[in-house]
Ligand binder design. Structure first.
Ligand SMILES: NC(=O)c1ccc[n+]([C@@H]2O[C@H](COP(=O)([O-])OP(=O)(O)OC[C@H]3O[C@@H](n4cnc5c(N)ncnc54)[C@H](O)[C@@H]3O)[C@@H](O)[C@H]2O)c1
Ligand SMILES: O=C(O)C[C@H](O)C(=O)O
Length: 328
């Protein structure tokens, strides 16, 4: 393995997710012993707070942290990066409509897509965590015409991990026994966590559970609305779990998913499973050597087909809205 530092950009680095993510990245959760160089992007008013976070990173004396650079200029921060984790995004404020949110974040992701296109390393991978993650990834991808489209993905690994945890609790199995979980569609309340292809210790999960009522009325809504439940309980959105999932997704993407299993990633559709071409939608994927491939040939019954279509219809509406706004 290369020993040159892996250059990792994180946007929104002074935010809640950043406060967990940076320390996990620096301590080796992504790249093990390989040195890592952090490039941290923030808006100008947040740079002072970010300086404080960097002081704390220094104070951890992480052996594999090869350097930290901070700034508010995307072209400087993204210069030569191998991985860009786009976390910073404007959350919805009082009185804001969905289109206002898409428009506010559109400005961020058009500019960052353009900057990555100009200065990122030729092997760059770009993971989008900031919401609405799928459509933000679509905007960044559309504004980076020289970067191959398969280098962009949006985070549905948190939903994937939530689904594993719920299934483990229901069946009494350890999380390590749960494989082949899939989140389909959008990282939103319409997402479809699929138990029909998941396995518990090698047995079909839907059969092990044997309770369609629980699957429809408890499992799916609990996973799909978990973000809102955490906001209700904590008063702010998930941060440590989102950071952890951001690392899980990036680690598997760069270094490969486990043999005999798959993971969920939102990636560009080429029409697989009836998902309209060009949408960034979550699929079951395997990863190897920095590339992903969608798991093909799964049988999708009518129930699942309806759920996938409902979520991808929402993605198509979001795409229409950002097209209307001239962002893609
Ligand atoms: N996909 C997921 O699973 C998932 C899970 C949790 C949260 N999220 C989303 O992640 C995003 C970040 O969450 P958070 O809790 O860290 O929010 P936060 O508000 O604490 O932090 C966001 C940070 O982004 C910064 N920022 C805003 N515009 C920027 C720009 N143009 N360039 C660089 N930085 C910029 C802000 O200054 C702020 O520090 C939100 O959109 C949230 O909804 C996604
Ligand atoms: O649901 C949210 O708004 C936050 C985040 O996307 C989550 O899933 O926790």
């Amino acid at each position: 393995m290369s020993t040159a530092p892996l250059k990792v950009a994180v946007t929104g680095a002074a935010g809640q997710i950043g406060y967990s993510l940076l320390f996990r990245l620096a301590s080796g959760a992504l790249a093990g012993d390989r040195p890592i160089e952090l490039r941290l992007l923030e808006i100008t008013p947040a740079l002072k707070a970010l300086e404080g976070v960097v002081m704390e990173l220094d104070d951890c004396a992480f052996p594999n942290l090869a350097g930290v650079e901070i700034g508010d200029d995307a072209e400087k921060i993204f210069d030569g990066v191998n991985l860009a984790l786009l976390v910073g995004a404007r959350p919805r404020g009082p009185g804001m409509e969905r289109s206002d949110l898409l428009s506010a974040n559109g400005a961020i992701f058009t500019a960052q897509g353009k900057a990555l296109n100009k200065v990122a390393a030729s092997d760059v991978r770009i993971g989008v965590t900031g919401n609405p993650a799928n459509t933000n990834a679509l905007i960044a991808m559309s504004n980076a015409p020289d970067i191959p489209q398969e280098r962009f993905s949006a985070l549905t690994r948190l939903d994937h991990n939530r689904a594993i945890s719920q299934l483990a609790a229901k069946t009494g199995a350890p999380v390590t026994d749960i494989t082949k979980m899939t989140i389909w569609g959008n990282h939103s309340a319409t997402q479809y966590p699929d138990l029909f292809h998941a396995e518990v210790a090698g047995r079909n999960a839907a059969e092990v559970v044997g309770d369609q009522e629980w699957l429809e009325s408890t499992f799916i809504p609990t996973v799909a609305k978990r973000g809102a439940a955490i906001i209700d309980a904590r008063g702010s959105s998930s941060a440590a779990s989102a950071a952890s999932a951001t690392i899980d997704a990036a680690r598997d993407w760069l270094f490969g998913s486990a043999e005999g299993d798959w993971v969920s990633m939102a990636v560009r559709s080429q029409g697989e499973y009836g998902v309209p071409e060009g949408l960034i939608s979550s699929f079951p994927v395997t990863t190897s050597g920095g590339d992903w491939s969608i798991v093909e040939g799964l049988e999708i019954d009518e129930f699942s087909r309806g759920r996938i279509a409902a979520s991808t219809d929402e993605l198509a509406e979001e795409r229409a809205a950002v097209t209307e706004l001239g962002l893609i």
